[in-house]
Design a protein around this ligand. Structure first.
Ligand SMILES: *[C@@H]1O[C@H](CO)[C@@H](O)[C@H](O)[C@H]1NC(C)=O
Ligand SMILES: *[C@@H]1O[C@H](CO)[C@@H](O)[C@H](O)[C@H]1NC(C)=O
Ligand SMILES: *[C@@H]1O[C@H](CO)[C@@H](O)[C@H](O)[C@H]1NC(C)=O
Ligand SMILES: *[C@@H]1O[C@H](CO)[C@@H](O)[C@H](O)[C@H]1NC(C)=O
Length: 339
Protein backbone atom coordinates (compact mmCIF):
# COMPACT_ATOMS: atom_id res chain seq x y z
CA UNK A 1 0.00 0.00 0.00
CA UNK A 2 2.82 2.40 0.79
CA UNK A 3 4.17 1.84 -2.69
CA UNK A 4 0.78 2.37 -4.19
CA UNK A 5 0.32 5.65 -2.37
CA UNK A 6 3.85 6.77 -3.18
CA UNK A 7 2.96 6.87 -6.86
CA UNK A 8 0.25 9.38 -6.32
CA UNK A 9 2.04 11.57 -3.82
CA UNK A 10 3.83 14.69 -4.86
CA UNK A 11 7.42 14.48 -3.70
CA UNK A 12 8.51 18.08 -3.44
CA UNK A 13 11.64 19.74 -2.15
CA UNK A 14 11.94 21.84 0.98
CA UNK A 15 11.10 25.01 -0.92
CA UNK A 16 7.60 23.89 -1.82
CA UNK A 17 6.82 22.80 1.73
CA UNK A 18 4.95 25.94 2.61
CA UNK A 19 2.91 26.04 -0.56
CA UNK A 20 1.75 22.45 -1.08
CA UNK A 21 0.27 19.93 1.22
CA UNK A 22 -1.36 16.52 1.11
CA UNK A 23 -4.61 17.55 2.74
CA UNK A 24 -7.57 15.97 1.02
CA UNK A 25 -10.71 17.89 0.04
CA UNK A 26 -13.89 16.42 -1.32
CA UNK A 27 -17.47 17.43 -1.75
CA UNK A 28 -20.24 14.95 -1.11
CA UNK A 29 -21.18 15.00 -4.79
CA UNK A 30 -17.66 14.47 -6.14
CA UNK A 31 -17.17 11.54 -3.74
CA UNK A 32 -20.46 10.09 -4.91
CA UNK A 33 -19.50 10.39 -8.56
CA UNK A 34 -16.25 8.52 -7.92
CA UNK A 35 -18.16 5.80 -6.11
CA UNK A 36 -20.68 5.39 -8.91
CA UNK A 37 -17.73 5.07 -11.29
CA UNK A 38 -16.24 2.33 -9.12
CA UNK A 39 -19.45 0.38 -9.12
CA UNK A 40 -21.34 0.68 -12.35
CA UNK A 41 -20.51 3.43 -14.73
CA UNK A 42 -23.35 2.50 -17.05
CA UNK A 43 -25.92 3.82 -14.65
CA UNK A 44 -25.23 7.40 -13.74
CA UNK A 45 -28.75 7.86 -12.39
CA UNK A 46 -27.37 6.54 -9.11
CA UNK A 47 -25.54 9.83 -8.62
CA UNK A 48 -28.80 11.62 -8.07
CA UNK A 49 -30.63 8.95 -6.08
CA UNK A 50 -29.54 9.10 -2.50
CA UNK A 51 -32.28 7.28 -0.68
CA UNK A 52 -32.69 3.99 -2.47
CA UNK A 53 -32.17 1.04 -0.16
CA UNK A 54 -31.17 -1.68 -2.67
CA UNK A 55 -27.73 -3.26 -2.22
CA UNK A 56 -26.20 -1.35 -5.11
CA UNK A 57 -27.32 2.06 -3.84
CA UNK A 58 -26.47 1.39 -0.18
CA UNK A 59 -22.94 0.31 -1.15
CA UNK A 60 -22.48 3.52 -3.14
CA UNK A 61 -23.59 5.29 0.01
CA UNK A 62 -21.01 3.51 2.17
CA UNK A 63 -18.32 4.28 -0.39
CA UNK A 64 -19.25 7.96 -0.36
CA UNK A 65 -19.08 8.10 3.44
CA UNK A 66 -15.66 6.41 3.45
CA UNK A 67 -14.37 8.87 0.87
CA UNK A 68 -15.46 11.93 2.80
CA UNK A 69 -14.15 10.49 6.06
CA UNK A 70 -17.43 9.99 7.91
CA UNK A 71 -17.37 6.21 8.12
CA UNK A 72 -15.00 3.32 8.70
CA UNK A 73 -16.14 -0.29 8.77
CA UNK A 74 -14.27 -0.84 12.03
CA UNK A 75 -15.58 2.17 13.96
CA UNK A 76 -18.85 2.89 12.19
CA UNK A 77 -19.78 6.55 11.80
CA UNK A 78 -17.42 9.30 12.93
CA UNK A 79 -19.29 12.11 14.61
CA UNK A 80 -16.60 14.80 14.78
CA UNK A 81 -15.75 14.98 11.05
CA UNK A 82 -19.48 14.87 10.37
CA UNK A 83 -19.81 18.21 12.18
CA UNK A 84 -18.17 19.94 9.21
CA UNK A 85 -21.24 19.18 7.18
CA UNK A 86 -23.62 20.92 9.51
CA UNK A 87 -24.61 24.38 8.37
CA UNK A 88 -27.12 25.13 11.11
CA UNK A 89 -26.91 27.31 14.19
CA UNK A 90 -23.68 26.22 15.96
CA UNK A 91 -25.21 26.96 19.35
CA UNK A 92 -28.19 24.73 18.74
CA UNK A 93 -27.10 21.18 19.41
CA UNK A 94 -30.59 19.70 19.32
CA UNK A 95 -29.85 18.32 15.87
CA UNK A 96 -26.87 16.41 17.26
CA UNK A 97 -28.98 14.77 19.93
CA UNK A 98 -31.47 13.82 17.23
CA UNK A 99 -28.73 12.31 15.06
CA UNK A 100 -27.34 10.39 18.04
CA UNK A 101 -30.73 9.04 18.92
CA UNK A 102 -31.40 8.05 15.32
CA UNK A 103 -27.98 6.37 15.05
CA UNK A 104 -28.45 4.50 18.33
CA UNK A 105 -31.50 2.83 16.86
CA UNK A 106 -29.55 1.24 13.98
CA UNK A 107 -29.22 -2.52 14.67
CA UNK A 108 -25.51 -3.40 14.93
CA UNK A 109 -25.68 -6.61 12.95
CA UNK A 110 -26.91 -5.17 9.65
CA UNK A 111 -24.99 -5.63 6.42
CA UNK A 112 -22.16 -3.07 6.32
CA UNK A 113 -23.52 -1.17 3.32
CA UNK A 114 -26.99 -1.04 4.80
CA UNK A 115 -25.69 0.08 8.20
CA UNK A 116 -23.73 2.92 6.55
CA UNK A 117 -26.83 3.84 4.57
CA UNK A 118 -28.97 4.01 7.75
CA UNK A 119 -26.44 6.35 9.33
CA UNK A 120 -26.41 8.43 6.17
CA UNK A 121 -30.17 8.80 6.39
CA UNK A 122 -29.92 9.86 10.03
CA UNK A 123 -27.44 12.60 9.41
CA UNK A 124 -29.02 13.86 6.20
CA UNK A 125 -32.43 14.12 7.87
CA UNK A 126 -31.13 16.25 10.74
CA UNK A 127 -28.29 18.23 9.23
CA UNK A 128 -30.58 20.45 7.26
CA UNK A 129 -29.39 22.20 4.16
CA UNK A 130 -26.11 20.47 3.35
CA UNK A 131 -24.16 21.96 0.44
CA UNK A 132 -23.43 18.92 -1.68
CA UNK A 133 -20.89 20.64 -3.92
CA UNK A 134 -18.74 22.38 -1.31
CA UNK A 135 -15.37 20.60 -0.92
CA UNK A 136 -14.54 19.91 2.69
CA UNK A 137 -11.48 18.73 4.56
CA UNK A 138 -11.36 14.94 4.77
CA UNK A 139 -9.38 13.63 7.77
CA UNK A 140 -6.37 11.59 6.68
CA UNK A 141 -6.21 7.84 7.19
CA UNK A 142 -3.40 5.97 8.98
CA UNK A 143 -1.87 5.04 5.63
CA UNK A 144 -1.91 8.62 4.38
CA UNK A 145 -0.23 9.75 7.60
CA UNK A 146 2.42 7.07 7.21
CA UNK A 147 2.98 8.19 3.63
CA UNK A 148 3.51 11.75 4.90
CA UNK A 149 6.14 10.46 7.35
CA UNK A 150 7.86 8.67 4.44
CA UNK A 151 7.78 11.86 2.34
CA UNK A 152 9.09 14.00 5.19
CA UNK A 153 11.89 11.57 6.04
CA UNK A 154 12.93 11.75 2.39
CA UNK A 155 12.72 15.54 2.21
CA UNK A 156 14.64 16.02 5.44
CA UNK A 157 17.08 13.24 4.46
CA UNK A 158 16.46 11.29 7.64
CA UNK A 159 18.06 7.85 7.31
CA UNK A 160 16.22 4.63 8.19
CA UNK A 161 18.50 4.31 11.19
CA UNK A 162 17.70 7.84 12.41
CA UNK A 163 13.99 7.32 11.89
CA UNK A 164 14.18 4.27 14.09
CA UNK A 165 15.84 6.22 16.89
CA UNK A 166 13.29 9.03 16.46
CA UNK A 167 10.54 6.43 16.89
CA UNK A 168 12.23 5.06 20.00
CA UNK A 169 12.76 8.34 21.88
CA UNK A 170 10.48 11.17 23.06
CA UNK A 171 9.66 13.48 20.15
CA UNK A 172 11.13 16.67 21.59
CA UNK A 173 14.52 15.11 22.17
CA UNK A 174 16.26 15.80 18.85
CA UNK A 175 16.17 18.57 16.28
CA UNK A 176 15.52 15.99 13.59
CA UNK A 177 12.39 14.70 15.29
CA UNK A 178 11.05 18.22 15.86
CA UNK A 179 11.61 19.10 12.20
CA UNK A 180 9.89 15.86 11.23
CA UNK A 181 6.84 16.95 13.25
CA UNK A 182 6.89 20.36 11.59
CA UNK A 183 7.05 18.81 8.13
CA UNK A 184 4.20 16.45 9.05
CA UNK A 185 1.94 19.31 10.15
CA UNK A 186 2.69 21.33 7.03
CA UNK A 187 2.26 18.51 4.54
CA UNK A 188 -0.95 17.32 6.14
CA UNK A 189 -2.35 20.85 5.82
CA UNK A 190 -2.55 21.55 9.56
CA UNK A 191 -0.07 24.37 9.74
CA UNK A 192 1.76 26.92 7.64
CA UNK A 193 4.29 29.55 8.60
CA UNK A 194 2.13 32.22 6.99
CA UNK A 195 -1.30 31.31 8.38
CA UNK A 196 -0.36 29.37 11.53
CA UNK A 197 -2.39 26.36 12.63
CA UNK A 198 -5.73 25.50 11.06
CA UNK A 199 -7.94 24.82 14.06
CA UNK A 200 -10.89 23.55 12.01
CA UNK A 201 -8.82 20.78 10.48
CA UNK A 202 -6.98 19.97 13.71
CA UNK A 203 -10.35 19.57 15.41
CA UNK A 204 -11.81 17.39 12.64
CA UNK A 205 -8.72 15.18 12.54
CA UNK A 206 -7.64 14.82 16.15
CA UNK A 207 -10.33 15.83 18.65
CA UNK A 208 -11.70 13.09 20.87
CA UNK A 209 -14.51 15.11 22.44
CA UNK A 210 -17.12 16.71 20.21
CA UNK A 211 -16.85 20.22 21.64
CA UNK A 212 -15.15 22.53 19.18
CA UNK A 213 -15.52 25.58 21.39
CA UNK A 214 -13.51 24.23 24.31
CA UNK A 215 -11.05 22.62 21.91
CA UNK A 216 -10.40 26.03 20.33
CA UNK A 217 -10.26 27.74 23.69
CA UNK A 218 -7.63 25.50 25.28
CA UNK A 219 -5.69 25.28 22.02
CA UNK A 220 -5.74 29.08 21.64
CA UNK A 221 -4.42 29.68 25.14
CA UNK A 222 -1.58 27.24 24.65
CA UNK A 223 -0.73 28.60 21.20
CA UNK A 224 -0.58 32.13 22.58
CA UNK A 225 1.90 30.97 25.21
CA UNK A 226 4.11 29.33 22.55
CA UNK A 227 4.12 32.54 20.53
CA UNK A 228 5.25 34.49 23.57
CA UNK A 229 8.15 32.13 24.11
CA UNK A 230 10.94 32.23 21.53
CA UNK A 231 11.20 28.85 19.92
CA UNK A 232 13.02 27.99 16.70
CA UNK A 233 10.73 26.92 13.86
CA UNK A 234 10.95 23.20 14.38
CA UNK A 235 10.55 23.36 18.16
CA UNK A 236 7.62 25.73 17.78
CA UNK A 237 5.75 23.38 15.44
CA UNK A 238 6.61 20.32 17.50
CA UNK A 239 5.32 21.99 20.65
CA UNK A 240 1.99 22.64 18.98
CA UNK A 241 1.62 18.88 18.95
CA UNK A 242 3.19 17.97 22.26
CA UNK A 243 1.81 20.89 24.30
CA UNK A 244 -1.30 22.29 22.63
CA UNK A 245 -2.80 19.13 21.18
CA UNK A 246 -2.30 16.86 24.15
CA UNK A 247 -5.64 17.77 25.73
CA UNK A 248 -8.78 16.00 24.36
CA UNK A 249 -6.89 15.17 21.19
CA UNK A 250 -5.06 12.14 19.83
CA UNK A 251 -2.62 14.13 17.68
CA UNK A 252 0.51 13.00 19.51
CA UNK A 253 -0.65 9.38 19.58
CA UNK A 254 -1.59 9.34 15.89
CA UNK A 255 1.64 10.95 14.70
CA UNK A 256 3.80 8.83 17.00
CA UNK A 257 2.00 5.74 15.71
CA UNK A 258 2.59 6.78 12.09
CA UNK A 259 6.31 7.35 12.73
CA UNK A 260 6.50 4.04 14.59
CA UNK A 261 4.76 2.15 11.79
CA UNK A 262 7.11 3.58 9.14
CA UNK A 263 10.21 2.89 11.27
CA UNK A 264 8.97 -0.66 11.83
CA UNK A 265 8.25 -1.17 8.12
CA UNK A 266 11.77 0.01 7.30
CA UNK A 267 13.28 -2.25 9.96
CA UNK A 268 11.63 -5.36 8.54
CA UNK A 269 11.99 -4.40 4.85
CA UNK A 270 14.38 -7.31 4.35
CA UNK A 271 11.69 -9.75 5.57
CA UNK A 272 8.45 -8.38 4.10
CA UNK A 273 7.26 -5.65 1.73
CA UNK A 274 7.31 -7.40 -1.62
CA UNK A 275 7.11 -10.88 -3.08
CA UNK A 276 10.83 -11.57 -3.48
CA UNK A 277 11.97 -15.16 -2.90
CA UNK A 278 13.11 -15.60 0.70
CA UNK A 279 10.75 -13.02 2.17
CA UNK A 280 7.81 -13.86 4.39
CA UNK A 281 4.60 -14.22 2.44
CA UNK A 282 1.92 -11.83 3.75
CA UNK A 283 -0.96 -11.52 1.35
CA UNK A 284 -4.67 -11.14 0.79
CA UNK A 285 -6.24 -12.91 -2.13
CA UNK A 286 -9.05 -10.65 -3.30
CA UNK A 287 -11.86 -11.72 -5.60
CA UNK A 288 -13.39 -8.65 -7.20
CA UNK A 289 -16.19 -10.60 -8.84
CA UNK A 290 -18.11 -11.58 -5.68
CA UNK A 291 -19.90 -10.00 -2.76
CA UNK A 292 -20.74 -6.35 -2.71
CA UNK A 293 -18.56 -5.36 -5.65
CA UNK A 294 -19.66 -7.64 -8.43
CA UNK A 295 -21.01 -6.13 -11.64
CA UNK A 296 -17.97 -3.89 -11.74
CA UNK A 297 -17.16 -2.59 -15.18
CA UNK A 298 -14.05 -0.52 -15.63
CA UNK A 299 -15.13 2.56 -17.59
CA UNK A 300 -12.99 3.37 -20.61
CA UNK A 301 -11.76 6.53 -18.89
CA UNK A 302 -10.05 4.25 -16.38
CA UNK A 303 -8.75 1.62 -18.81
CA UNK A 304 -7.43 3.64 -21.74
CA UNK A 305 -3.64 3.81 -22.00
CA UNK A 306 -3.22 1.68 -18.90
CA UNK A 307 -0.61 -1.05 -18.47
CA UNK A 308 -1.66 -4.38 -16.89
CA UNK A 309 -0.06 -3.20 -13.61
CA UNK A 310 -2.08 -0.02 -13.67
CA UNK A 311 -5.27 -1.93 -14.39
CA UNK A 312 -4.53 -4.07 -11.37
CA UNK A 313 -4.17 -0.92 -9.30
CA UNK A 314 -7.59 0.23 -10.51
CA UNK A 315 -9.03 -3.08 -9.31
CA UNK A 316 -7.31 -2.61 -5.99
CA UNK A 317 -8.73 0.91 -5.66
CA UNK A 318 -12.14 -0.51 -6.33
CA UNK A 319 -11.65 -3.09 -3.59
CA UNK A 320 -10.40 -0.47 -1.13
CA UNK A 321 -13.46 1.72 -1.61
CA UNK A 322 -16.33 -0.58 -2.32
CA UNK A 323 -15.22 -4.04 -1.24
CA UNK A 324 -15.23 -5.64 2.19
CA UNK A 325 -14.29 -8.93 3.85
CA UNK A 326 -16.63 -10.86 1.55
CA UNK A 327 -14.15 -10.17 -1.25
CA UNK A 328 -11.19 -11.54 0.70
CA UNK A 329 -10.98 -15.21 -0.15
CA UNK A 330 -7.59 -16.08 1.40
CA UNK A 331 -5.35 -14.51 4.03
CA UNK A 332 -1.69 -15.44 4.47
CA UNK A 333 0.44 -14.26 7.38
CA UNK A 334 4.16 -15.11 7.38
CA UNK A 335 3.54 -17.89 4.88
CA UNK A 336 0.71 -19.47 6.85
CA UNK A 337 -2.79 -19.48 5.41
CA UNK A 338 -5.06 -18.14 8.18
CA UNK A 339 -8.26 -17.89 6.15
C1 LIG B 1 -30.37 2.78 -13.51
O1 LIG B 1 -30.77 2.80 -12.15
C2 LIG B 1 -32.08 3.33 -11.96
C3 LIG B 1 -32.28 3.44 -10.46
O2 LIG B 1 -31.72 2.34 -9.81
C4 LIG B 1 -33.10 2.41 -12.65
O3 LIG B 1 -34.39 2.92 -12.47
C5 LIG B 1 -32.78 2.36 -14.13
O4 LIG B 1 -33.63 1.43 -14.77
C6 LIG B 1 -31.30 1.92 -14.34
N1 LIG B 1 -30.97 2.06 -15.74
C7 LIG B 1 -30.30 1.12 -16.40
C8 LIG B 1 -30.01 1.41 -17.83
O5 LIG B 1 -29.94 0.07 -15.88
C1 LIG C 1 -32.80 23.82 17.24
O1 LIG C 1 -32.86 23.06 16.06
C2 LIG C 1 -34.02 22.25 15.95
C3 LIG C 1 -33.92 21.43 14.67
O2 LIG C 1 -32.72 20.71 14.62
C4 LIG C 1 -35.26 23.11 15.96
O3 LIG C 1 -36.40 22.29 15.89
C5 LIG C 1 -35.29 23.95 17.20
O4 LIG C 1 -36.38 24.84 17.16
C6 LIG C 1 -34.00 24.75 17.35
N1 LIG C 1 -33.99 25.44 18.63
C7 LIG C 1 -33.73 26.72 18.77
C8 LIG C 1 -33.72 27.29 20.13
O5 LIG C 1 -33.48 27.43 17.77
C1 LIG D 1 -8.87 25.94 7.58
O1 LIG D 1 -9.45 24.78 7.02
C2 LIG D 1 -10.80 24.95 6.63
C3 LIG D 1 -11.33 23.58 6.22
O2 LIG D 1 -10.53 22.98 5.25
C4 LIG D 1 -10.88 25.97 5.53
O3 LIG D 1 -12.21 26.14 5.12
C5 LIG D 1 -10.28 27.28 6.05
O4 LIG D 1 -10.24 28.23 5.01
C6 LIG D 1 -8.89 27.08 6.59
N1 LIG D 1 -8.47 28.30 7.26
C7 LIG D 1 -7.34 28.91 6.94
C8 LIG D 1 -7.04 30.15 7.71
O5 LIG D 1 -6.60 28.50 6.06
C1 LIG E 1 12.02 -6.03 -2.74
O1 LIG E 1 12.50 -5.36 -1.56
C2 LIG E 1 13.92 -5.26 -1.51
C3 LIG E 1 14.26 -4.55 -0.20
O2 LIG E 1 14.30 -5.48 0.83
C4 LIG E 1 14.44 -4.47 -2.70
O3 LIG E 1 15.86 -4.40 -2.64
C5 LIG E 1 13.98 -5.12 -3.97
O4 LIG E 1 14.36 -4.32 -5.07
C6 LIG E 1 12.48 -5.30 -3.99
N1 LIG E 1 12.08 -6.05 -5.16
C7 LIG E 1 11.10 -5.64 -5.97
C8 LIG E 1 10.80 -6.53 -7.13
O5 LIG E 1 10.47 -4.62 -5.75
Amino acid sequence: MLNLLARTTFLGGVIVLAAYHNANFKSTNSARQECVLYRDVQNLTLIGTRFRSDLESTCVCRCELIKIGLWTDALGHLEIPTMQFYNGDPNNLTFLENVRECVSEIPPNLDLCYRAFKYYKCYVSYFGDVNLDLPRFVPSTDLQQQQTVVDCARILQISHQDLRSIAATPLLESTQSKCLLRCFLIRQGFFSDAAGPNRTRLFAQFATVNDERSFRYSFGKCYQRLQDESWDRCSFAARIVTDCLSYTSVALEQITAAIGAVAHAMAIADKVGNFTVGKEFDALLVDTSVGPINRYKLPSALTEHKSPDELLLEQLQKFVYVGDDRNIVRVFVAGQQVK
